[in-house]
Design a protein around this ligand. Structure first.
Ligand code: ZN
Ligand code: ZN
Length: 587
C-alpha cells in the first residue's frame, strides 16, 4: 500500500459515530451494520482520499490533502473511533454475508493503524509522494465533463507546494531503491503538468482568465515537483548501502505485513514451505512434457542426463515462436475476443459484453514498477468508466532486451498472460467485483484473492482444453505457474533470509527458467515491494483447494460455471471468508 493522504473536515469525525454505535430497539444487528457501513465508507474516504479517486469516489477531488502530522493524527483518531464502534456489534448475530463485511472493516482498521504506527513507510519510502497519477486519473475519468474536471484540478493544484514540503519534512533515512523510484516517477509526473494537462486545457471551454491561472499553477506544480526531485537527488548523493535503511523488511515486519495484507489461513512461513514443495512437483511435470517434445524440436540429438538441462533446451526452442516487437500490443488486442469466445463456448463464466476492455500503452506515470502488463479498473462508483489493459511498449528497449522480453512472452506465454490479466482473470473478476451487492467487499478488496483468481483461471482454462492440450502450452503454463511459486520463495528469501541479487537472479534463471530481462525486473520489484509477490501463490492455493473441497462435497451437483459465478459474486474478499460463506450455503 502506498500511503495516500488527505484532510477533510477534521472536526466532524468526533460527532457522528457514538450515535451510530447505539442500537435502537427493534433494529436487528444486520440493519445496524448496514447503516454503519455507509458511515464507515464516508470516513474511510476522508482518511484515504487518493484511494477514493482511484476507486471512483470523486467527492473530495478538489482538495489535495497535505500529509502532515495533523493529518496522521486525524487518521489515527478516526480509525480508533471506527474500531470502537465495530466492537459494539455482536458478531454471532450477523448474517454470514454481513459478517464478512464486518471482518473486512475490522481488518482494515487494524491494518491501517499498523501501517501508520509501525510500518511508517511515509518516513522511508519517498515514492509514496507523487501527485501525478491522481491528477492524470481525475483528468482521464469520465465522472464530469472536461471543463468541470479541469476546474477541480485547478483547485487541487493549490496545495501541491504544501504537499511536497510536508513530504520533505516526513522523510527520514529513506531506502535507496525507493529514493531512486521516487525520482523516476516524479520526473514522469512533470509530463502530466506539462503536455497532458496543456492538451486538455487547449480544447476546453475554460475562460481566458481561468486558463491563465491554470497555466500559472501548472508552472508552480512543476517547480514544486522539481524541488522535491532535487531534494531527493541531494540525499541520494550521500547514501551508501551501509548508512541507509535496507529495503529488506526483516522477519518481524514481514510476518506482520503478510498477516495484514494477505489475510490467509496460513502464516508466511507455511506458505513459503508449500511453495518449496510445489516447485519440486512442477519440475517433475515439466520434465515429463519436455521429454514428450524432445524429438519434435531436437530430432535425434541425445536427451541430456540432467532434467533441468533438458527442460531448459525445450523451453528455449519453444520460446523462439514469438511476435515481432512492433506488433506486441496489436497481438494482445487481437487475442482478447478469442479468449472471450472460448469462455462463452465452454460455459465457464458469464462475461458482460457491455464492459469494454481498452488496450493501451502504459502511461508514463505508471512505469517503473517492473510489471509489463496491468489492469486499471474504473471501480464501483464509476461503472461506466473504461477498464484499461496497460501494456508496456518496447520502444526504448535495445534489440537484445526486446528479444529477451519477447522470448519470455512468446506465442504460448502471451496467451497465458492474457488469461491472467484479462479473460477470465483480472478483468473478468473486477467486472464481477464492481457488481457485488456489497460496496465494502468491492472496496476493501483483498490482493491475494484478486491475484489468486487470475492464477487459478490460468490452470482452469488449460484444464478445460484451452490450447488444445498442446504440450508446448502446458510447458509454458508450468513455467509461468512456477513463476508465481518462485515469487513467493524469492520474496520470503530476499526480505527474511537476506538473499543477494546474485543469488536471486541465479535462482530465477536456473530454477525458474526465466530470461535475463524478466529476472532483473523481478529483482527490481522484490526490492520495491514486500509480501505482494506472495499473494499470487497464496490466493491460488486457497481457491484451488476450495474448488476441490466443494467438488468432493457436492459430487454430481457441482457445476463449474456456478462455482465461478458464485465465488466471484462476493467481491474481492479474502478467500477464507468466501470459503466460510460458500460452505455455509451448502448446509
Ligand atoms: Zn526471436
Ligand atoms: Zn495479476
Amino acid at each position: 500500500m502506498v500511503l495516500y493522504l488527505a484532510t477533510i473536515c477534521f472536526a466532524a469525525a468526533s460527532l457522528m459515530l457514538p450515535a451510530a454505535a447505539k442500537a435502537a430497539p427493534g433494529v436487528n444487528e444486520d440493519q445496524r451494520l448496514e447503516k454503519f457501513k455507509k458511515l464507515f465508507l464516508n470516513y474511510y474516504w476522508r482518511i484515504n482520499p487518493v484511494d477514493a479517486i482511484y476507486t471512483g469516489y470523486h467527492r473530495y477531488d478538489s482538495l489535495l490533502v497535505v500529509p502532515d502530522a495533523k493529518f496522521f493524527n486525524f487518521q489515527r483518531t478516526t480509525l480508533k473511533m471506527l474500531g470502537d464502534s465495530l466492537k459494539t456489534y455482536e458478531v454471532t448475530k450477523l448474517s454470514p454475508n454481513m459478517r464478512t463485511d464486518y471482518y473486512l472493516m475490522r481488518d482494515k482498521v487494524e491494518s491501517m493503524l499498523w501501517y501508520i504506527n509501525e510500518y511508517r513507510d511515509y518516513e522511508w519510502n519517498p515514492a509514496s509522494y507523487n501527485v501525478g497519477g491522481e491528477f492524470a486519473e481525475i483528468l482521464n475519468s469520465r465522472f464530469e465533463k472536461l471543463d468541470a474536471r479541469l476546474r477541480i484540478l485547478l483547485s487541487r493544484m493549490k496545495n501541491i507546494d504544501a504537499y511536497y514540503r510536508a513530504a520533505m519534512a516526513n522523510i527520514k533515512n529513506p531506502v535507496i531503491e525507493h529514493t531512486d523510484l521516487a525520482i523516476l516517477q516524479n520526473e514522469g509526473s512533470l509530463d502530466v503538468f506539462g503536455q497532458q494537462l496543456e492538451d486538455s486545457l487547449k480544447v476546453s471551454g475554460l475562460s481566458l482568465s481561468e486558463k491563465k491561472m491554470f497555466r500559472e499553477r501548472m508552472g508552480l506544480a512543476k517547480e514544486s515537483i522539481s524541488t522535491y526531485i532535487e531534494y531527493l537527488k541531494n540525499i541520494r548523493k550521500n547514501q551508501t548501502v551501509d548508512n541507509s535503511r535496507s529495503f529488506r523488511l526483516g522477519k518481524e515486519l514481514y510476518d506482520a505485513k503478510f498477516r495484514f495484507d494477505i489475510r490467509s489461513g496460513y502464516t508466511a512461513e507455511q506458505i513459503y514451505k508449500k511453495a518449496l514443495e510445489r516447485k519440486e512437483e512442477l519440475l517433475v511435470n515439466m520434465a515429463v512434457v519436455s521429454r514428450q517434445l524432445w524429438s519434435k524440436y531436437m530430432g535425434d540429438a541425445p536427451i541430456p542426463d540432467e532434467d533441468k538441462s533438458m527442460i531448459r533446451t525445450i523451453i528455449e526452442k519453444v520460446s523462439e515462436t514469438h511476435v515481432h516487437r512492433d506488433s506486441f500490443i496489436q497481438s494482445i488486442e487481437k487475442q482478447i475476443p478469442e479468449l472471450a469466445a472460448f469462455v462463452n463456448d465452454k460455459n465457464l463464466l458469464y462475461l458482460d459484453p457491455t464492459k469494454p476492455l481498452v488496450v493501451r500503452k502504459t502511461p508514463p506515470y505508471m512505469e517503473g514498477g517492473g510489471a509489463g502488463a496491468s489492469i486499471s479498473s474504473p471501480g464501483p462508483y464509476d461503472p461506466g468508466g473504461n477498464t484499461y489493459y496497460n501494456v508496456s511498449l518496447l520502444t526504448d528497449y535495445t534489440p537484445e532486451k526486446a528479444e529477451s522480453y519477447l522470448r519470455e512472452y512468446n506465442h504460448y506465454m502471451l496467451q497465458i498472460l492474457n488469461i491472467h490479466e484479462a479473460i477470465p482473470g483480472h478483468y473478468a473478476q473486477l467486472v464481477y467485483a464492481n457488481k457485488s451487492p456489497s460496496l465494502i467487499k468491492s472496496i476493501l478488496g483483498n490482493g491475494a484473492m484478486i491475484e489468486g483468481w487470475a492464477v487459478y483461471s490460468e490452470r482452469m482454462m488449460l484444464e478445460e482444453g484451452y490450447g488444445k492440450d498442446a504440450p508446448e502450452m502446458w510447458l509454458m503454463y508450468y513455467k509461468w505457474h512456477l513463476r508465481s511459486v518462485c515469487n513467493t520463495i524469492l520474496d520470503y528469501s530476499v526480505h527474511i533470509n537476506g538473499w543477494s541479487e546474485k543469488v536471486a537472479v541465479k535462482f530465477l534463471t536456473d530454477d525458474a527458467f526465466q530470461q535475463a530481462a524478466e529476472a532483473e525486473g523481478k529483482w527490481r520489484r522484490v526490492k520495491l515491494t514486500q509480501v505482494q509477490l506472495c499473494s499470487y501463490f497464496t490466493g491460488y492455493t486457497e481457491i484451488y483447494d476450495l474448488r476441490e473441497e466443494l467438488k468432493a462435497k457436492m459430487g454430481k451437483e457441482f457445476d463449474l460455471r456456478k462455482f465461478h459465478e458464485k465465488f466471484l459474486s462476493y467481491g474481492s474478499a479474502p478467500v477464507p471468508y468466501i470459503r466460510e460463506l460458500m460452505l455455509n450455503d451448502l448446509k
